[in-house]
Design a binder for this molecule. Structure first.
Ligand code: ZN
Length: 253
């Protein structure tokens, strides 16, 4: 086949399936705001017109990189103009068969190789007829394309718990400080400082974790040795590597 081109028409060296393993060009990457619960539920007057994504949300919301449906389609076409998808099953009327939860399993074929994908989307109020189904199909396509490596690097960069490295460093230091507090007075002071900072950051998840860490510390303070931070469930979850099949709810691809 001919050398592949980017959507801007520039020639690229990789072609076919190898093209899907290439890093996605920056201009095809979109920004998805991922706010904490507190940020998402903040009063309207605290929200700003975001210069990063153009959305309307709390100023400290983090953004994750993702590849949208149109960009994914561009990349699939560049890899194989004859790419195709089909549902795993059909209804009696010959339409794609959605599962009981409204999700859809598909087969995506690129350069003669077929891999499965799954998509889903929540039903939202005031949704146009059919728009949920279209969202499900797009989600399934991107999920299946991931199995070909499309935008894989964004997955490994994305923090599935919604934080970045600066946030992680702060969080780890704060929670370690709580567990390592030498006295009850110091523990109180460290907890208060950590919670103040979490609130300033609009980081409800961290605030909850600090309260849990404090409770654990108080419960075990008289039973030496004190558990290291990594023994709390929240810590184990935070430090666990991303599962091989990431939950589409958490990572925007
Ligand atoms: Zn934004």
């Amino acid at each position: 086949m001919n050398a592949a081109t980017t959507p801007a028409g520039e020639a690229v060296n990789a072609s076919g399936l190898a093209l899907l393993r290439e890093p996605v060009p920056e201009r095809l990457i979109s920004k998805l705001p991922k706010g904490t619960k507190a940020q998402n539920e903040c009063p309207p007057e605290q929200k700003i017109n975001c210069p990063v994504c153009g959305g309307w949300h709390h100023p400290k919301v983090r953004h994750l990189d993702y590849v949208g449906h149109a960009a994914a389609t561009h990349l699939l076409l560049d890899a194989d103009p004859h790419w195709n998808w089909e549902p795993m099953g059909y209804t009696a009327d010959g339409l794609p068969k959605f599962d009981e939860g409204g999700g859809l399993w598909i087969k995506l074929t690129v350069c003669g190789v077929t891999r499965l994908g799954y998509g889903h989307a929540d039903k939202k109020a005031h949704m146009d007829a059919g728009s949920r189904e279209k969202e499900v199909i797009g989600d399934a396509l991107r999920n299946a394309a991931l199995r070909f490596g499309l935008a894989l690097e964004l997955w490994s960069k994305a923090d599935i718990h919604g934080g970045g490295s600066e946030r992680d460093a702060w969080y780890q230091a704060a929670i370690t400080g709580i567990y390592d507090a030498p006295t009850v007075g110091e523990l109180k002071a460290r907890l208060a400082a950590a919670i103040d900072e979490a609130r300033a950051r609009g980081d409800q998840e961290a605030e909850d974790d600090f309260l849990v860490a404090h409770a654990n510390k108080m419960a075990t303070a008289k039973r030496p040795p004190a558990p290291p931070p990594s023994t709390s469930a929240a810590q184990r979850q935070r430090q666990a590597p991303p599962p091989p099949d990431l939950d589409e709810d958490d990572v925007p691809f």
